[in-house]
Write a protein that binds this ligand. Structure first.
Ligand code: ADP
Length: 508
């Protein structure tokens, strides 16, 4: 059934949490009704409350709810939804799902099942990129099964090498091998990890780039062959090969490089007849050579930084494209306005190897003010469920320049009050103030190279700062015989304490 040129009236969002809410907000602005799906663990979730209708699709584990294609399609039938937005994660890059949605006569808000299938294989994607003359990281073009063959190729490429799962994602099935003695063991591990995580043991080898930056290009394509790029996102601050801070534009990409990367991304997209929103990921070496990594055939977690600098609502564009509308702008009309940064607020403890730290949000106060956007789905008193990704929120800022964006982000992080669980916020504040971040020289090794839990422990919390400030101010006032200015010893507020602290420091 043709899905072009059909007005969408009701979207079922096959996802949960912040991304489900974010999609529903754009739908609402377009006058489109929304349907939430939820698991038994998410009965009280905000995306369920926000939607016009909601359908429970099963018990808490995602394999029994958010990943159940049959139940999701049944929910569409029940509610009369005419389109499905998959968000990111879950079924968003599952070609069977996209196909099943279309076969049910519904609109899938994303690319074609064929594009998802092709780009779902890193090896097939590399092949497509190579045909377009897009540079690839030196490595094998085919799946490897034989260890001896692997060793021979690794020797040719030169150590260190990276063994990767072709079906990989989320940093899984990836192994760095420093020397030949370790090769056989690492390859076997990579294969078994790939089988258990993706049900596909195909692996390949790439040269391991020692100091790489991860820079990706956002593309949008319509159903008539027009594809544009919406510039780059720098995503090199990662832990476990997974992003924590993203920004747009990148501090190291100049006009020429931007155009070259953007045009390469458009060629890759066109090579697979791509339409809707997608992201072409590149790895950039110290000489600023860029190499194709993979294409993600969905909306990315970090899409808001692109929205902030381009002024384009990517979800609305996805919906328009899915309806069969042609792209509304040309490449020349797209401009970068200012600078945007996103930090991901994970329920993870940076003091303990970034291990998930889920539990109850005892208090939860979002930052506000000029240029601040929070994409989240939590309120104080809510539990961060153990069943799903431990991301609580995305904090995004927009400002005229990179330095102003950094300053704004630090201000916003200072206003974010989360108690009850550990989060990545203080790690992000540390990273944003680090000279390697401010001068743009950082790469994907940032955490390994500069971060230890001690750098956080040595920093005073707001509460400690208040106590220390009050104490010092008290000593100073006592010395001057005027302890009454301290409101009977209790600090009036943190601002007045900081002022006292500054005055006290000057006077001691
Ligand atoms: P996944 O699909 O699992 O996220 P990617 O291919 O996108 O895997 O790679 C994830 C991250 O792993 C990259 O952002 C980068 O930090 C690192 N990485 C991938 N390939 C290489 C490479 N050849 N050399 C060094 N680091 C790499």
């Amino acid at each position: 059934m043709s899905t072009s040129n059909r007005k969408i009236r009701k979207i079922l969002v096959a996802n949960r949490g912040e991304i489900a809410l974010r999609i529903m907000r754009s739908a609402k602005e377009m006058g489109i009704r929304t349907v939430a799906i939820y698991s038994e663990a998410d009965r009280e979730a905000l995306h369920v409350r926000y939607a016009d209708e909601a359908v429970c699709v099963g018990p808490a584990p995602s394999s029994e709810s958010y990943l159940r294609i049959d139940r999701i399609l049944e929910a569409c039938r029940q509610t009369g939804a005419d389109a499905v937005h998959p968000g990111y994660g879950f079924l968003s890059e599952n070609a069977h799902f996209a196909r099943a949605v279309e076969e049910a006569g519904l609109i899938f808000i994303g690319p074609s099942p064929q594009s998802i299938e092709l780009m779902g294989s890193k090896l097939a994607a590399k092949e497509a990129a190579k045909k377009q003359g897009v540079p690839l990281v030196p490595g094998t073009a085919e799946a490897l099964t034989d260890v001896e063959e692997g060793k021979r190729i690794a020797r040719e490429i030169g150590y260190p090498v990276l063994i990767k799962a072709s079906a990989g994602g989320g940093g899984k099935g990836m192994r760095v091998v420093e020397k030949e003695e370790d090769f056989a063991e690492q390859m076997e591990r990579a294969i078994s990890e790939a089988i258990s995580a993706f049900g596909d043991g195909a692996v390949f080898i790439e040269k391991y780039i020692a100091s790489p930056k991860h820079i990706e290009i956002q593309v949008l394509g319509d159903r008539y062959g027009k594809v544009v790029y919406l510039f780059e996102r720098e995503c090199s601050i990662q832990r476990r090969h997974q992003k924590v801070i993203e920004e747009a534009p990148s501090a190291v990409v100049d006009e020429n490089m931007r155009r070259a990367m953007g045009e390469a991304a458009v060629r890759v997209a066109k090579a697979c007849g791509y339409y809707n929103a997608g992201t072409v990921e590149f790895i950039v070496d110290e000489q600023r050579n860029f190499y194709f990594l993979e294409m993600n055939t969905r909306l990315q977690v970090e899409h808001p930084v692109t929205e902030m600098i381009t002024g384009i609502d990517l979800v609305k564009e996805q919906i328009r494209i899915a309806e069969g509308q042609p792209l509304r702008f040309s490449q020349e009309e797209l401009k970068i306005n200012g600078h945007a940064i996103e930090v991901r607020v994970y329920a993870e403890d940076p003091r303990n190897n970034f291990l998930p730290n889920v539990g109850k949000l005892l208090s939860y106060e979002r930052p506000q003010g000029p240029g601040v956007r929070v994409d989240d789905a939590f309120e104080a008193g809510m539990q961060v469920p153990i069943y799903y990704d431990p991301m609580i929120a995305k904090l995004i800022v927009h400002a005229p320049s990179r330095q102003e964006a950094i300053d704004r982000m630090l201000r916003a992080i200072g206003e974010y009050k989360i108690t009850g669980i550990a989060t990545t916020l203080d790690f992000c504040a540390f990273a944003l103030q680090h000279p390697a971040f401010t001068d743009g020289s950082f790469d994907t090794n940032f955490v390994k190279q500069y971060f230890t839990p001690e750098v956080l422990n040595s920093a005073l919390t707001e509460e400690e700062l208040q106590t220390a400030a009050a104490f010092v101010a008290h000593l100073w006032n006592e010395q001057k015989g005027q302890s009454q200015v301290l409101n009977n010893g209790a600090p009036a507020n943190s601002q007045s304490c900081k002022r006292s602290w500054k005055i006290a420091r000057r006077n001691i």
